[in-house]
Design a protein around this ligand. Structure first.
Ligand code: SF4
Length: 336
């Protein structure tokens, strides 16, 4: 079975952008029976831009694990593990750092964009750790001989960077590492309720998987609608309305086509339309909320899942490390 590697930085709860962008796909991959899936909770990577807030990262490790379990990630089929508990990844990062130039990292479009976005953290001078996170990511992928990496378009340069590292390593030390392939996710990034292209906590425009029914209704009521529509019988344009945008995500085809035609004909009020949307979001999130409640009440089960997943993952990383050290002539005295 091909290995699929994916993961998230534990810097906050996961929202519906993650749900449509990656979580649903992971459940699909898991249940296809065609892949062996590993999901890493990238706490070390989260520290690259949260090094002064370790408590935030620590707290969110369990939160993100609960988000995974809530959406249907099954720990019997998918291995969930904590990055910092796999020391082989840190070792590989050191070895790979010789195979990448500073200039190449600075040219990486994903890193360049992120550095600009994080000016408030780094100012004019980015840290060595943040600049080098693609190298650590290459270590994550190759430690598990990850063949398929599901990513959004904006992440493609990171996979390309990893592939370059693999090719360089193999050309110097022999054919040891597996070159991964990106699997482009079909869904694009989900816009925020305010119409912003990005959804996030700092922007205050996200719906979280853990939000209560009341919180969702409140957020939906604040969503941006067609600004030219004042009265209920004004003819509307759903194409400029975020409520309609979300109806298309959470409704059946018949439901959202109905929203569209009623809006265009002026037969639908925005308040009722928003309430209906909130109901449909809650319909989708109800089973997720129920599973979350179970795991929140059983934190010891979550810890057990993380301990067992991390231990399984470590075994795989150890096997890779034996091969890597042998190839690099670092297997002194027959030891890895
Ligand atoms: Fe948007 Fe619905 Fe109002 Fe039309 S009726 S503008 S789709 S909220």
């Amino acid at each position: 079975m091909k290995r699929v590697l994916t993961g998230d930085r534990p810097t906050g709860n996961l929202h519906i952008g993650h749900y449509f962008g990656s979580l649903k796909k992971r459940v699909e991959i898991q249940n296809s029976g065609e892949y062996e899936q590993y999901i890493l909770i990238a706490d070390v990577q989260a520290l690259t831009d949260n090094f002064n807030h370790p408590e935030k990262v620590r707290k969110n490790v369990r939160e993100v694990a609960i988000d995974y379990l809530s959406v249907g990630i099954d720990p019997k089929k998918t291995t969930i593990y904590i990055q910092s508990m796999i020391p082989e990844v840190a070792e590989l990062t050191v070895f790979y750092s010789n195979l990448v130039t500073i200039a190449r990292l600075e040219r990486n479009p994903t890193v360049k964009t992120e550095i600009l976005q994080k000016k408030d953290i780094f100012g004019e001078s980015v840290t060595y750790g943040f600049l080098g996170y693609p190298v650590s990511q290459a270590a994550d992928i190759t430690a598990f001989e990850g063949e398929i990496i599901p990513v959004g378009e904006d992440q493609l340069p990171l996979i390309e960077q990893c592939r370059e590292i693999v090719r360089k390593f193999n050309s110097i030390y022999g054919n040891v590492l597996t070159e991964p392939k990106a699997l482009l996710s079909e869904k694009k990034r989900i816009k925020g309720l305010d119409g912003n292209d990005k959804m996030g906590k700092s922007l205050g425009n996200a719906i979280y998987l853990r939000d209560s029914e009341e919180a969702i209704l409140k957020k939906v009521m604040s969503a941006v609608t067609d600004p030219n529509r004042i009265r209920k019988d004004d003819l509307g344009n759903p194409d400029v309305c975020m409520v309609y945008y979300y109806h298309q995500l959470f409704d059946t085809r018949e439901e959202y086509q109905n929203v569209c035609s009623e809006c265009r004909l002026g037969k639908r009020g925005c308040v009722a339309c928003k309430k209906e949307l909130a109901q449909h979001i809650n319909r989708e999130l109800a089973p997720i909320r129920e599973r979350r409640k179970y795991y929140e009440e059983h934190p010891e089960e979550v810890d057990k899942i993380l301990i067992e997943g991390t231990s399984r993952a470590r075994e795989v990383a150890r096997e890779t490390m034996v091969k890597v050290k042998k190839a690099m002539q670092l297997d002194y005295f027959g030891k890895e």
